[in-house]
Design a protein around this ligand. Structure first.
Ligand code: SF4
Ligand code: SF4
Length: 207
């Protein structure tokens, strides 16, 4: 009886089958070719590499592009104060210092132009802050270049139309009665009547 190793081709022969089987076992354990084949690593099938999926930076909206992000809201917020839009500054490098005598010119609306707004309140020029601030208001109007800030109008107003506004650097006074709630005016004329330099002019609706 014989046995041929399928790995190395070695011929084993013996008359006794049991002995031949033992010889096969020993050979299979010692066969160098067989052991080499076992040790040879199985060729690896190239794996398709899975792309490392990362969010594209170019397609990722920046914080400012996120519709509900704070910065987006910030970028679309119009500069405005509680009373409305502000386009007039109280500070600047102006060289005009305008401290003039009253009374306010009652015809100023036909002689001056609106230069902007402060918290929604109209400001009539000329304006050259901090020394020249013009006339403020639409119906409750005050010539800020005349006002001496004695506070009589604020005390007289029954509906709190005015509040103090700091105007540092103005030659007549460094605070003014700001008519932030002029829409609340009831046209009692008290402020106009008590103003010492007569720098207040009230225009009733339609005037
Ligand atoms: S007219 Fe009367 S209600 Fe109007 S701002 Fe002057 S004091 Fe106030
Ligand atoms: S009463 Fe006339 S001067 Fe006095 S704070 Fe009012 S607007 Fe100015």
């Amino acid at each position: 009886m014989e046995y041929i190793c399928e790995s190395c081709g070695t011929l084993l022969m013996h008359s006794n089958q049991v002995t031949l089987d033992s010889m096969k076992d020993v050979h299979s354990q010692l066969c160098s070719v067989k052991r080499q084949n076992i040790a040879t690593p199985v060729p690896q099938v190239p794996q398709k590499s899975t792309p490392n999926v990362q969010p594209s930076l170019s397609n990722t909206p920046s914080p400012s592009q996120m519709p509900n992000s704070p910065s987006a809201q910030q970028s679309t917020t119009v500069a405005s104060a509680p009373g409305g839009q502000t386009t007039i500054s109280l500070t600047g490098n102006g060289t005009t210092y305008s401290k003039i005598e009253g009374p306010i010119d009652p015809e100023f609306r036909s002689k001056r132009q609106v230069k902007g707004t402060f918290q929604g309140i109209k400001v009539w020029g000329p304006v050259d802050p901090p020394g020249q601030l013009g006339i403020w208001g639409t119906e409750v109007t005050v010539d800020f270049d005349i006002c001496v800030a004695d506070g009589a109008c604020i005390e007289a107003c029954p509906v709190n139309v005015y509040e103090w506004l700091d105007t540092p650097g103005h030659p007549a006074s460094e605070k003014k009665p700001f008519m932030i709630r002029e829409k609340d005016c009831i046209f009692c004329m008290a402020c106009e009547n008590v103003c010492p330099p007569q720098c207040v002019k009230i225009f009733q609706k339609g005037q």
